[in-house]
Design a protein around this ligand. Sequence first.
Ligand SMILES: C[S@@+](CC[C@H](N)C(=O)[O-])C[C@H]1O[C@@H](n2cnc3c(N)ncnc32)[C@H](O)[C@@H]1O
Length: 264
Amino acid sequence: MSRQQHKQAVRSAFDRAAESYDGAAVVQREICHRLAGFAAAAPHVGAPCRALDAGCGTGYGLDLLASLCPGAELYALDFAPAMLIRLAASRPGTGTSLLCGDLEALPLAGGVMDVVWSSLALQWCDPAVALAEIARVLRPGGVAWLATLGPATLWELRDAFAAVDDAEHVIRFHAVEHWRNTAAAAGLQVGAADSQPVHAFAPDLRQLLRDIKAIGAHSVGSEPRPALTRAGWRVLEGRYDAHRRPDGQLPATYDLILLALRKG
Ligand SMILES: C[S@@+](CC[C@H](N)C(=O)[O-])C[C@H]1O[C@@H](n2cnc3c(N)ncnc32)[C@H](O)[C@@H]1O
């Protein structure tokens, strides 16, 4: 599958997920709040006049971004039209400009943004391409506040699937060092970087997998995987059950990476 076909498959998956997204977005919201707290503590830009939420989904991050950048003109970009349609329906008359476009080819002129915020979208992108685009649209001195996922994300699931087959069921995530180095190569200084675990919980594996699908951490459109047999499912459940907590909930770990970058 070419990179373009893969991107199209990811986009279609998010289009299909748009309707149920807000109902399953517990971890996404927690991560938006962690990114907002991290950004508030990072060196600021003065009074920003334009701020972009790149990979905005249904727009949960926009109010947090607005409170970090009071008075700024807000732009919300996503490549899945169904996400933007839901966003538009939930925020009538707020004046936010909606852009249907790709984080790897931002439909914006160079140097026009003071702030770029992106929460949980960059794990789908090529870091070098997306960070170069963010650097291009930021004005000198502008900042980017980014949340993405690191290699320990869903380690419990990866471990459980390893007992079933050799296929990739969880996408591979880049380490924080890779993001730091790639940011520097794109002309973005790393003001702050942090890694921290975030946990999601579900009563059973089926629910946990549904939530993972909604967050977009499952593998989409990659090479065909063998169908899970009934016996395979039992092995998977048994293996995952080893992680069950005393309160009966199954955990899923998200290895959150937070970055505050500044264009030199
Ligand atoms: C897990 S959701 C996060 C949405 C939102 N930022 C939040 O925190 O709730 C990821 C979003 O990124 C979008 N996305 C993924 N890759 C993208 C790309 N290359 N260009 C634009 N949007 C992208 C998806 O369509 C989806 O809406």
